[in-house]
Design a protein around this ligand. Sequence first.
Ligand code: FAD
Length: 282
Amino acid sequence: MNLREIYNTPNTPIISFEFFPPKNDIDGSKTENLLKEISFLKKYSPAFVSLTHGASGYNSDLALSLIKNIKEVIGFNVMPHFTCICAKKTDVDSRLKMLETLGIENILALRGDIPTDRTLCANDFKFANELVSYIKSQSNFSIAVAGYPQGHCECVDLKTDIDNLKRKVDAGADAIITQLFFDNDRYWRYVERVRNVGINIPIIPGIMPVVNSRQIEKILSVMKVDIPSILRNNEDNIFELGVEFATKQCQELINSGVSGIHFYTLNKSDAVSKILDNIGKR
Ligand code: FAD
């Protein structure tokens, strides 16, 4: 099922999960554990599972075998992420062919973070809108793109960032998945501003339950995202608090009519599973 069909079904909210391929998996045990975590979420009938893609380094054999396993063994629709800042058109061509062969229908098209070593950048794509146009010109994939309720960290202001988001939508994107956020009002203000520039595709909130303090440091180091003090000052029971916070956030978003929720799982199913049980989603 492609993204247009997925977000057109009346059975909302559409649930989806993000995972990432494990690093340095010498004996294959990390991959095996990851597949168990993903399988555990089967009871929530996700519409798709998305699989991240390193902007400057990428193990294509691992990604390929993961996609195959998730799709053919677990039985989930898979949406691979696709970054372009370090990719040549020929790399994109061969990856598109490979995904077509696997029966993949959806791609999350991204620029990726600019690597510290700029010599790793290829010069075929500068921004994600160029990747969206290119994929559209070469294939029939349905495409999602990234949105930033607080603005992307490189952008001068939210207005410019939303104008740049529009370039991706005009190039052919079918859905927007947002960066994680903790303030639903900010999300709704963002949705309003995005609608005001004539963007009408689904804007799916990205939710990450914060369940340990390392995560908080990481978020703060790479993203422009405000983290509520309740999650920053309570190390002892951070798992329970993180689950409770995200449960409330999801429940409010659902009550206000979001068409879907995309969970950043960090490769663990326990917190997300508790949240989905709490909101009665099965
Ligand atoms: P773009 O849309 O190209 O935007 C990048 C910056 O350039 C923004 O500031 C934008 O305002 C500006 N801009 C955009 N287009 C133009 C233009 N035409 N002219 C001038 N300025 C422009 N990273 C990974 O490495 N791997 C992943 O798998 C991954 N998955 C992600 C999933 C989601 C849902 C999200 C929200 C982010 C993800 N990221 C991932 C992070 C993402 O790659 C970074 O945030 C990256 O810095 C920007 O990517 P983008 O596709 O949003 O870029």
